[in-house]
Each structure stands twice: as structure tokens, then as C-alpha cells.
Design a binder for this molecule. Structure first.
Ligand code: PEP
Ligand code: MG
Length: 587
């Protein structure tokens, strides 16, 4: 029977594939079919793993202190009994006989037992399902120790729809090259870095699908629609046909847009708009250039730190940045200094002990860098050294006050002096700019614009901080509203500040890559968009069809509206003209 579920669509596109349900509290479970002649050996492998889990736990029990409370000993005894439980073990062996590998067989049996516990009326017994997870985990670990057929997780994920509680940006980066069909998470907001990565990788994704892992079984066929925010478990033939047709239409649209590759982004009234890409790693330059040979308006350097697991040294960073700027072949590269914190952490810096109450408002981004000036100066030197190999701009995230600018400029001076001593070349006029992500910075943008070479509006954080909504929390994602009058006014103020000071202002947050807002932003005077490569041609198609002089008046009117309903209607109207223009041009 088909079941439809809803979630928050965070990355458009249709994904069709079999489910790969991730239980991060358990080791990764490999799923593959074995041949008939391997069944007996697989059963023996399972029995060996189960016996060694039993031995390990018995050894723990023998070692424990005589003063250990009786409940703990009883707890271990329960687990010992469960490891040897015939319902668990005969079930696993039955699944192996159906040609499933031992890990997969154990996983299926675990899910069956959990389902039985979930249906129990007794609340105490319900909570005992945690014991099953622990016991299964201990056997899975032993299986992992002696698995001769261990495949790379990557192969196992190919073409699958990943179903997880939540994914970190590091998980998503790992999946990057594994050609997954899409992912569904139980938690997470539309502006989490995981969601942003999904969009930039063109992976259809849904977040906030509560209980997804209880409702979706491993290997079930899934259709997910990232635009409409829904998924179907075990779709019937009619729905499958419908979604396959939608997927083909999407692919056709992408193919049509390819005609705009490497065309200048010039509007109908001959205004040239800068349209750059957002990247996370040097290898993304290749994907960007396949779409459009343009520059980079946001290089999130923390992704290198995260995937590395610990902070790379100055030379490692220098090589990474040099590789990136060289790959751009003369196009400009905007390197954002480290923006760690909140949902972006390295293994090394993960907090232990009490967590900050509001990590998004805590020691994040430039605040953290200024707390650790030795590490920050290392990054500044690496960026400066790379600037000898191509046009680089340096961009500071989460700037909030002038004393931060004082410290940054001083540290850049110090970094330059250290490079001078070693006679290492760099661009002495490297532009230094900042992201406008905090309402305080937008309100004081005129004063910042006097001291900096450029500004870039980070709408993801600007919206988070202006509307007081945690970008990672799906419970408040309904508050996310780029059209909120306060957000529009802050954007307008920042653009105005840039014009008055004669410095460029770009936008690199997700709002810049959502086609719904392109004409509005053009009307407000935005001349520089930086978007994920996957959105670049779509945005270009709107830019080249727009006549900014026709948009300005209507856009100013929108700034005077207060109610979400009126603003949305006015923006739709602004965009429907666009539709007519497009018909005119392409018709
Ligand atoms: C932003 O906040 O809009 C932005 C581009 O930075 P990040 O999403 O990496 O926080
Ligand atoms: Mg940000």
C-alpha cells in the first residue's frame, strides 16, 4: 500500500530510489544479497559474531566491581539473555537463508522486534526497545570486525534515498560523490547547512519528516518531491509514471537552460549583473565551470576543516586556496574566512560538557576566529599567499561591530608583515569585505561600508537573526520569510549603504538563488548575485529577461507594504510580468 508523507522541501527535484535507512546510533549496515552457496558461511559468521558479543559482555560483567548496584548487574544479565535469545537469532538466520547478508538480516530482525515493542500498551516495556538497539549494536560491531565482504558505504548508497534522523554537513559532503537519489531527514530546517549543501549538489531533499525511520522500511521504493515537500512510500504504477514524467520535464528544463552557459548576465535595459557561484571545496570549481565559466562569490572554507576532521595548517590551506583560484582561470574568488560554530563543527572542536544555550548566537564565525588569533592569522596568511596566484577577495562572516574590524585589519597587517619577512608574495591590495548577516550590521551598514571594500548579504543568517528563528529547527521553519518587511528593509539599507559609499554589495545567501525573489532584488538595486551552481542558469534566465527600469517603481511600492499576504501578491505580480516577457522572448 502506498503512503504519502509531508515534510519541508529543501532542495527541489524528484528523487526515485529504494530507501537506505540510516541508524546513526548503530554502525553503518551494509545491505547486499549473497549467493546460495554463501548462506551457510554467512550463518556461521553471524553465530561467531553473536558469540563474541556474548563473550565481551560476560567479560565486562566479570570485571565489574563488587560494589556495583544490583540493578546494573541485572541490566547486563538482561542483555546477555537477549543476545542469546532464540527469537532474535532464529529470525536473523531465516533472513540470511533468504540470501541477505548477516548485517542486513540482523537489522531487519531488529526492526521487527522494535515494531512489536512499539505496539505494546505498557509504557515501561515500550522503553525496553533501547535494550534491543544496544544488543543489536554490539553484535553488529562484532560482525563489522570480521566482515570479509565489507563494501564501501559509497557503493551501497548509489541510487538510494537516504532516510536519517538528521545529517550533518560532514555526512552530506561524504554523500556528495555517491550519486544518491535524494535524502529525507526527521529533523532540520530549510537553512541548515545540510539543506544548503543538498541544494548546491542538486540532491532532492526533504527535512522535518517526523518518524520517517519508523514509517519507511529498508529497501522500500520511495518517490520524493523536494519542490512540493512530499514523499510516497511504495508508489503505485500510476504515481510512479507521473513522477517519472515530472523528472523528465525537469531534465528537459535543465537541458534548455544550458543555452545560457557563458552568456553575459545583461538585462533588457543593458545593465550588467555579476552572477557568481557558491562553492565549498576546490573540486566544486569544476562543476561550476561545467555550468558557467564565472567567478566565486562565496567559498565556505570551513567545509575543508570539517571534512578534514581537524584544522589544516597554513601550508595545507594555502595549497587548497591556490588550487581553487588557479582552477578559476582568472575569474575572481571570494574566500570567506572560517565560519565554524552552530551546525558546523569539526570532530576536534565538538563541544563536550554543557552546550551553549544558543550556539547560533554564541562563539561562531569571526567571534571564534578572534578568540583564537594564532589560528586565524594562519588562515589569513594562507589566503594572502594564494592571492599571488589570481584575483582573491577576503570576506569576514558574521561581522557585528567596529572593534571586530579594528582587530581584523590589525591581524591582516600582522599577517602581511610576517609574509614580508619571509619574502612570500601576496596581493597587497587584496579587497577585504564583510558579510551582512546580523541585523546590527545591516542597520550600521553605512558605517561599515566606509571601512571595507565590499559587503555581501548573507540572508540565511540575516533572516534567522532578524526573525528570531533557529535555522536548524523545523518547528519554527514556518517563520522563515525572506519577504518579511524587516528583512526587505535591511536588505534595502545595505544596498543603499553600498551605493552611497561606492562599494559593491552582493548577496550570497539562499534568497539570491530562489527565482521567486530575483526580480524583486533587481528592482531593489542588487547588481551582484552569488548562487549555488545548480541555480545559476535559472537565475540568469530571469536576469536577462528583466528590465530593471520597469521594476524599480513596483519594487519601491512593495517596501511600503506590511502584510505578508499583500507582499506575496505584489511579488507574484512582479513575477507574472516576467512570465509574459519570457513568452515574448522565447515565443
Ligand atoms: C548566509 O548566512 O546567508 C550565508 C551565506 O552563510 P552560511 O549559510 O554559510 O551561514
Ligand atoms: Mg551565514
Amino acid at each position: 500500500m502506498s503512503i504519502m508523507l509531508h515534510g519541508i522541501g529543501v532542495s527541489r527535484g524528484i528523487g526515485i530510489g529504494n530507501a537506505y535507512v540510516l541508524y546513526r546510533e548503530q554502525p553503518e549496515v551494509q545491505e547486499f544479497l549473497i549467493d546460495e552457496d554463501q548462506v551457510e558461511e554467512e550463518i556461521q559468521r553471524y553465530i561467531r559474531a553473536k558469540d563474541s558479543a556474548l563473550r565481551e559482555l560476560s567479560a565486562i560483567k566479570e570485571r565489574i566491581d563488587t560494589k556495583t548496584p544490583a540493578e546494573i548487574i541485572a541490566f547486563i544479565d538482561t542483555h546477555l539473555l537477549m543476545i542469546d535469545d532464540p527469537v532474535l537469532n532464529t529470525g536473523v538466520i531465516q533472513h540470511i537463508k533468504q540470501h541477505r547478508n548477516a548485517e542486513w538480516a540482523l537489522q531487519i530482525q531488529c526492526q521487527r522486534l522494535i515494531a512489536v515493542f512499539n505496539n505494546m500498551q505498557d509504557d515501561y516495556l515500550k522503553t525496553r526497545k533501547d535494550d534491543i538497539y544496544h544488543v543489536v549494536r554490539s553484535i553488529q560491531l562484532c560482525l563489522g570486525d570480521e566482515n570479509p565482504q565489507q563494501q564501501q558505504l559509497g557503493d551501497a548508497l548509489k541510487g538510494r534515498v537516504i532516510v536519517a534522523d538528521d545529517l550533518t554537513p560532514a555526512d552530506t559532503l561524504l554523500m556528495k560523490h555517491q550519486k544518491i537519489a535524494g535524502f529525507i531527514t526527521e529533523y532540520g530546517g530549510p537553512l541548515s547547512h545540510t539543506a544548503i549543501l543538498a541544494r548546491s549538489l542538486g540532491i532532492p531533499a526533504l527535512v522535518g519528516v517526523h518518524k520517517a525511520r519508523q514509517l519507511i522500511n529498508a529497501n522500500e521504493q520511495i518517490v520524493l518531491d523536494g519542490k512540493r515537500g512530499m514523499l510516497i512510500i511504495a508508489p503505485d504504477t500510476r504515481s510512479l509514471k507521473h513522477f517519472k514524467a515530472l523528472k523528465r520535464q525537469e531534465q528537459q528544463r535543465k537541458a534548455d537552460l544550458k543555452r545560457l552557459a557563458n552568456q553575459p548576465a545583461v538585462t533588457q535595459d543593458q545593465q550588467t549583473i555579476t552572477l557568481h557561484g557558491n562553492i565549498d571545496r576546490p573540486q566544486d570549481v569544476k562543476s561550476l565551470r561545467r555550468i558557467d565559466e564565472t567567478g566565486v562569490g562565496l567559498y565556505r572554507t570551513e567545509m575543508f576543516f570539517i571534512s578534514n576532521g581537524s584544522a589544516p595548517d597554513e601550508d595545507q590551506q594555502f595549497h587548497e586556496y591556490r588550487k581553487t583560484v588557479k582552477a578559476l582561470k582568472g575569474n575572481p574568488l571570494t574566500i570567506r574566512t572560517l565560519d565554524l560554530g552552530a551546525d558546523k563543527e569539526m570532530k576536534d572542536t565538538q563541544q563536550h560538557g554543557p552546550l551553549a544555550h544558543n550556539p547560533a548566537m554564541g562563539l561562531r564565525a569571526i567571534r571564534r576566529c578572534l578568540k583564537q588569533p594564532e589560528s586565524f592569522i594562519m588562515q589569513l596568511k594562507a589566503i594572502l599567499r594564494a592571492s599571488a596566484y589570481g584575483p582573491i577577495r577576503m570576506m569576514i562572516p558574521m561581522l557585528t561591530n567596529h572593534s571586530e574590524i579594528d582587530q581584523i585589519l590589525l591581524l591582516i597587517k600582522q599577517a602581511k608583515a610576517e609574509l614580508d619577512l619571509k619574502k612570500q608574495p601576496y596581493d597587497n591590495n587584496i579587497p577585504v569585505g564583510a558579510m551582512i548577516e546580523v541585523p546590527a550590521a545591516a542597520l550600521a551598514a553605512d558605517t561599515f561600508a566606509e571601512r571595507l571594500d565590499f559587503l555581501s548579504i548573507g540572508t540565511n543568517d540575516l533572516i534567522q537573526y532578524t526573525l528570531a528563528l533557529d535555522r536548524l529547527d523545523d518547528e519554527v521553519s514556518y517563520l522563515y520569510d525572506p519577504l518579511h518587511p524587516s528583512v526587505l528593509r535591511l536588505i534595502d539599507m545595505t544596498l543603499q549603504a553600498g551605493r552611497n559609499a561606492g562599494i559593491p554589495v552582493s548577496m550570497c545567501g539562499e534568497m539570491a538563488s530562489d527565482a521567486t525573489y530575483t526580480r524583486l532584488l533587481l528592482g531593489l538595486g542588487l547588481k551582484y548575485f552569488s548562487v549555488p551552481a545548480t541555480a545559476l542558469l535559472e537565475i540568469k534566465s530571469i536576469i536577462i529577461n528583466a528590465d530593471i527600469s520597469n521594476l524599480e517603481n513596483d519594487t519601491r511600492q512593495i517596501l511600503n507594504l506590511h502584510h505578508h499576504f499583500d507582499i506575496t501578491r505584489a511579488v507574484n505580480l512582479l513575477n507574472s510580468n516576467n512570465h509574459q516577457e519570457q513568452l515574448k522572448l522565447h515565443g
